[in-house]
Design a protein around this ligand. Sequence first.
Ligand SMILES: Cc1cc2nc3c(=O)[nH]c(=O)nc-3n(C[C@H](O)[C@H](O)[C@H](O)COP(=O)(O)OP(=O)(O)OC[C@H]3O[C@@H](n4cnc5c(N)ncnc54)[C@H](O)[C@@H]3O)c2cc1C
Length: 472
Amino acid sequence: MSKRIVVVGGGITGLAAANRIKEIADERHPGLEVLLIEASERTGGPIRTIERDGFLIEEGPDAFITTKPWGLNLCRRLGLDGELIETDDKKRRTYILRGNGLVEIPEGFVMLAPSRLTPFLTSPLFSWPGKLRMLLDLVIPRGRGGDESVAGFVRRRLGKEALDRVAQPMIGGIYTGDAERLSLRATMPQYIELEEEHGSVIAGMLRSYRQKSRARKRDSGARYSMFVSFKKGMSTLTDRLASGLGESLRLGEKVSGVTESGGGYTVSTDKGVYDADGVVITTPAFAAAKLVENIDPETASLLAGIEYASSAVAVLAYKLSDIKRPIDAFGFVVPATERKRLIACSFSSEKFPGRAPGGYTVLRAFTGGTLDPGVLELDDETIVEKLKSELAPVLGITGEPVFGLLKRYPSSLPQYNVGHLDLVRKISSGVKKLKGLEIAGSAMGGVGIPDCINSGESAAEKVVETVYGPGR
Ligand SMILES: Cc1cc2nc3c(=O)[nH]c(=O)nc-3n(C[C@H](O)[C@H](O)[C@H](O)COP(=O)(O)OP(=O)(O)OC[C@H]3O[C@@H](n4cnc5c(N)ncnc54)[C@H](O)[C@@H]3O)c2cc1C
């Protein structure tokens, strides 16, 4: 039976959704057609690799996590596993900026708390009163539950120093968000589980470290490093997905609305109108809100309530001889207490091989986010100059970059603020009433690339099931 599903938005979520629909069509529904409509002239959203003067540059994401299976699974199905590259474990360390110096995050310290005591106790990152306050976590009673901000939780369990010196800059680096407003349950629920199960984050982390070390000794099978990329960069994945879609991909066509019609939907764009048996919307939430406002104003207003942060990345290529400080790490993050415009710096060519020609290195400096939206009002040159001037004393940079470029990401990262999970639950139950329509993407089930893939694939499967009936 011939059916058509329209996917709106060609970021990684939309590409993964369209690919899954094609897979299902090939497996069991030869009459199933997919059409992916993307407003811009390219797919991938922030995922974009460019080549310049022998450098391989990631303008946006530079890796994806392997502890969540959906990224690797998709790569295997696309035959891309041979293209994957791993991080160099010898350089797997991150620094925190303090003054103009970099202090290493102690080995075994994971986001909020230590999983090993000796490196933590001997680390110069925390003061002795700060360390003792963190250890009070071992005896502090459990909290009252509920949705708590990351900052509230860390202050309560581990103290202000733990928040200011590690938790805030780490979470700030990932979400470009405000730890006072981000929900712990929506961003890092594992810490709530540790508190609930062990009565202490640190006790739970120590135990889980011991269990993992024993498991690693037993199982010596090959596994990937925690983060992976592709030899030719992150666009390998999105380009492969896009080319697999062939004629089913419409670029440069903006969807203006989705309406119900005859048991299915009509998708209107600036170039035409399409009948669809099912629709997967994968645009940012504020854009999805506009698309569904005619069919479900309530869900539309919930979607519009999800806040987004804007950021910018300066890519700076230097001669290695112009950088006096060793950069044998993945990068560093900057606490808000340092009052800099720089929020993080990734040492791209140290993290993965093949990113810079011999004798050169490429750094990526991040700025903006919810704590500093004003920086994006500045022009490109001013932002790049500011970031260069903040980086220079930290890394001992004595020369000018061989080139620099700035990439802006307006309203690109959804903020999982306190109340976010509730909002997503309400959106999902609203969407459930719209048979054959799903909303997926980074606002719904995780901002990381594997989460987006999972969100897109699950939405695709649900829509196919509604269109053909369960079990078909
Ligand atoms: C600077 C930066 C660095 C990041 N680094 C990492 C990283 O290293 N690792 C990681 O795992 N994650 C990273 N992330 C997060 C991850 O990249 C994103 O969460 C993910 O790419 C979002 O994908 P998406 O498909 O949900 O949304 P998007 O990529 O935003 O795709 C949505 C698409 O919808 C299109 N669209 C919007 N409106 C319409 C319309 N009306 N009609 C048709 N199309 C429309 C847009 O043009 C866009 O292409 C990073 C994000 C940013 C911004």
